[in-house]
Each structure stands twice: as C-alpha cells, then as structure tokens.
Design a binder for this molecule. Structure first.
Ligand code: F6P
Length: 523
C-alpha cells in the first residue's frame, strides 16, 4: 500500500504555518459520535489534502473493511479467524458466531453478580472479600484501566488486586494481608500458555491450598479460550472455567469475561454501561459515511502523520484522571496490532507503519515531558483527550480545560523571539533565545463532557476500529502478533544457563549470565 500520491499535498503543507492552516480549517467539519467530539484543525491538513485522504480511504477499501469486520469475515487472515470483539458488547443474535460470543459476557456478568452479592461463597461458606486478578497484556491492561477509571465506584466490601509480573514481589503485594478463606483468584489467559500467568496462578494456588486444601478450587475462576489446558492445570473438579472466545484478540478483550474481576468490583450496571457506550460507537463506525466516520478519519490521520509527514511518534495526553492508564492500554492495542514491517500478504511494507505511542495524564505531563514537546528537536503530534472525571468543582474543570487548550495552542502557534522580547524587553539575548517556542507541532483533540462508563466504552471502541482501519491502510494484519514469540522462546533457552545447567549460546548473554550467577551467590 503506497501513499506516494499524497506526497504532493504533504510538500505543499509541510512548510505552511500551522496557525494559519488551523484558522482556515475552523470552518471544516468537527465530527461527533457516541458523546465524543473530534477536532483535527491543528493538523497539517487543508481541504484538498482531506479530500485526497478520504478518496484514498475509498480506493483502499475501508468501506469493505468495515463490512468485513461486522460481517464476521476472516479479517485475521494469518490465523483464519474473524475478529468478534464488537460482538461482546452488542448482541448479534442474527449471527450465530457473534451470538455465542455475546453470550460469554452474559455468563460472566451473571456469575459476577452472584459473587458480589455473596450468593456464591468460598469453601468455608464465607462471602468473598477480595478478588485477585492474575493476567498479563490484553489479559491485564483493560481490566486494570476500567478498575482504575471507576475506582470511586468499587464495592466497599470487596478489595480488588492485580498481578501480572514474574517479579515475585507482584504476587506478594497482590496477596499481602488477604485471607485465603475470603479471597477469589481470577486467572485470565486466552492461550493458557503464558509463562507469567501460569507462574503466578500456581503460586496463588499454593497460597490457597495451604489454608483450604482441596477447597482451593472453589476460590479459583479461570477465563480462557483453552479450557482443555485449564482443566489439565486445575487437575481437579470445582474450578469455574469461563469462555474467552478464540475470535476475540487478547488486546481486544476488555469487554469479555476476562474483566470478571472488574464486573464483581464495579457491579453489573457499570459494566453494562461500558458495553453500551462501545455499542454506540460501533453503530457509528459501522454505518457512518467514510468522511464523517471518526475511526476512518483518525486512521487516515495516523497514516498521514506517520507514513506521509514522517512523524514517527504520537503522544496521547489524557486530561482526565480516569484515563491515566489509557496511554499504557493503547500502547498494546496500537503497537502490538500495527508495529509491523511485513504486510498480511508477506511483503515488506513500503514505508513507516505504526508510530511509537506514548503519553500520560494531563496536566501531570506538563511538569515532565512537555518541555520536550514544546522545545525539543523532534516534532511529535499530540492527542489531547479532555474528559473530566468529575465536575464536582467548576474551577477544577475550568483549569483542566484551560491547560489542555493552552498546551495545544502553544504547541501549534509557538512563541517567536519578537513575542518574547516584546513581553520581556530586558531579557539577556541568550535567555530570550531559549524562551522561543518553535511551534508547528500538530495536535488532535477528543472531547467529552465527562468520562463516564459509556464514554470510556465508546472511546476504546473508537481506538479499536481506528487501529484496525489504519492496519488495513498499511496492508497489515492487526490481529496477530508474531513478533512476541522469539523473545519468549529465547527466555526458555536462557533460564537453564542462569540455573547453571547449560551455557547460553550468545557470547554477551553468556557473560551476563555469569555476572548474574555470581550476583545470585552473593558474589
Ligand atoms: O504479548 C503477547 C500476548 O499474546 C498478548 O497478545 C496477550 O494479550 C498476552 O500475551 C497474554 O496472552 P494470554 O491472554 O494468552 O495469556
């Protein structure tokens, strides 16, 4: 997939003053859907470039790509599967494959209600007072994001803990102070083959068994696409095993039974609202005209900024305390989906694909990396997401909003030496020069009145569709992740070297193994 025909637009716009471009585009369409408003006026675009991008979307078959997704076609071509994450949040009874996926969430929601109410108890008849979620990657980031976003609504009588890392401290902390008799362990692993998760599940099982013996099984739920492996691991009856459908990618599974711990902690109503918001955005993406489709416009912008304009990173700045974990979540969603250099058909890509995605919480980042964003030597497009977590104090909302708007304005418009000297005429010239802001730094704004479960659902669904459509524009399969396998299998070869059982192959690694072994023996 080449974008050479767009280069003439980039050549025209690259040297243009962003402030002027933005003012001209003010009259342009500001798109809204599912409670979100998208403003892209501060991007290196004009009407001609936007028309060319929409025409590219049409010729690249994005209309067909959207239909493929919602018709349960095999969009995951390397694994020969459909991608049915959208079915988790909206019943598609008319499509059997989608209906069974939708049912898997309903089963989890029903179980969560029974666990939360105390109707279902542990082996000693006591209600559960703590839930420990064990999983990693797509089996961790999503539930952690939802739990953190709505922590003020968590059940007072239930403590929710997370564990993902192999570092023993992670599970130590997750179990610290908990009573096995009132603790439920929820293990999430689509493959049921992930080393970190199996290690932590086995440690947690020993912790339960020490107090409960064979009763441990009534304190364990497993969510997986491989019930066969889960049953082998459990090796006894009593463990509840829920379905995480094969057709739902790990990084697209926040909607699934994999979020059982969140469902228990936050309650069904919150989670159903989360699902409803996503379904709302699905309807927009599935039926909206390409030019008015938020996911299409954002996917085109990703291709434009990365593959045409040459910006190799994007910073997501979440001006919302409830979204402070969103950049971390999006790193896996976007970079594991589209951080690829070979197309779905096995050809080398013809240019840049997914950018480095990083970011953080606003206004917090203004006291950290915004110096770099404003005056650093690299231009990184920023993506402001302004959605107050609460409107309990009008002044706080005004301040949060003012800072988001101000940062975007200064990034785009800069501050000339003339401006600096006019406002501070007595500045020594070497200081005045250091106060200049180059400007010309593009940004996007996504705006919602408040961050509610519905808005979070809609936002994450938007990013899922944006990621899939950008992947199609780059010619990639956004639903596999072959690049994570080599590192994992290499670790399996290095562990015996660290135990002293056999030498590591690579000379540097072998030397470092020697250092670590020396360290381990207190050398
Ligand atoms: O990072 C590789 C990966 O397979 C992710 O795609 C996935 O979300 C994570 O590991 C955990 O996989 P599982 O849910 O199978 O344990």
């Amino acid at each position: 997939m080449t974008f050479l025909h767009l280069n003439s637009h980039a050549d025209r716009l690259r040297g243009a003053e962003l402030k002027t471009l933005a003012r001209r585009r003010l009259a342009g369409p500001r798109l809204s859907a599912a409670g979100w408003t998208l403003d892209t006026s501060r991007q290196f675009l004009d009407a001609d470039a936007e028309r060319a991008l929409v025409a590219h979307a049409e010729s690249a078959g994005l209309t067909e790509a959207i239909a493929d997704l919602f018709n349960a076609s095999e969009v995951n071509v390397s694994e020969g599967r459909a991608a049915l994450h959208w079915a988790l949040r909206g019943n598609r009874a008319n499509m059997p494959a989608a209906a069974s996926v939708a049912q898997s969430v309903q089963v989890a929601l029903a179980l969560s209600g029974a666990l939360r109410s105390g109707e279902t108890t542990g082996a000693t008849g006591k209600a559960f007072r703590a839930v420990v979620h064990i999983g990693i990657g797509g089996s961790d980031f999503g539930p952690r994001l939802v739990a953190d976003a709505f922590a003020d609504g968590g059940a007072a009588a239930i403590e929710l803990r997370f564990c993902a890392n192999l570092d023993p401290l992670d599970l130590d902390l997750a179990l610290q102070g908990l009573d096995p008799e009132t603790t439920l362990v929820v293990g999430i692993s689509k493959s049921f083959g992930t080393e970190e998760t199996l290690f932590n599940l086995s440690r947690a099982r020993r912790w339960l068994q020490n107090s409960l013996g064979s009763g441990w099984a009534e304190h364990q739920v497993l969510v997986t696409a491989r019930p066969d492996r889960a049953r082998d691991w459990a090796s006894q009856e009593g463990v509840v095993i829920l379905d995480l459908p094969e057709t739902v990618g790990g990084r697209f599974s926040i909607w699934s039974a994999g979020s059982l711990a969140c469902m228990i902690w936050l309650g069904e109503d919150v989670f159903r609202a989360f699902l409803a918001g996503a379904a709302d955005m699905d309807a927009h993406v599935q039926h909206g005209a390409l030019s008015a489709n938020l996911a299409v416009r954002l996917a085109l912008l990703d291709v434009w900024n990365t593959s045409v304009m040459g910006f190799q990173a994007r910073a997501v700045l979440a001006y919302s305390r409830r979204l402070r974990m969103l950049p971390t979540y999006l790193q896996q969603l976007e970079m594991e989906s589209n951080g690829k250099s070979v197309t779905a058909s096995g050809d080398a890509v013809s240019g840049a694909t997914a950018p480095l995605l990083w970011g953080g919480e606003g206004t917090i980042g203004q006291h950290s990396y915004h110096q770099w964003l404003h005056q650093g030597t690299q231009i990184v497009p920023t993506e402001f997401i302004l959605a107050p977590g609460s409107r309990s104090d009008a002044e706080g909302v005004v301040g949060l909003s003012a800072h988001a708007l101000a940062q975007a304005e200064v990034l785009a418009n800069g501050r000339s030496l003339h401006d600096v000297q006019a406002s501070e005429p007595d500045l020594p010239p070497q200081i005045a020069a250091q106060k200049v802001h180059p400007g010309g730094r593009p940004s996007t704004l996504l705006l919602a009145e408040r961050l509610t479960p519905e808005r979070l659902g809609a936002l994450i669904a938007l990013y899922e569709h944006r990621t899939y459509l950008a992947g199609r524009l780059w010619g990639l399969n956004s639903f596999d992740q072959w690049g994570v396998e080599a590192g994992k299998s290499m670790a399996g070869l290095i562990k015996p070297a660290l135990r002293g059982d056999q030498p590591a192959d690579d000379a540097v690694t072998a030397d470092l193994v020697k250092l670590l072994r020396h360290q381990a023996v207190g050398g």
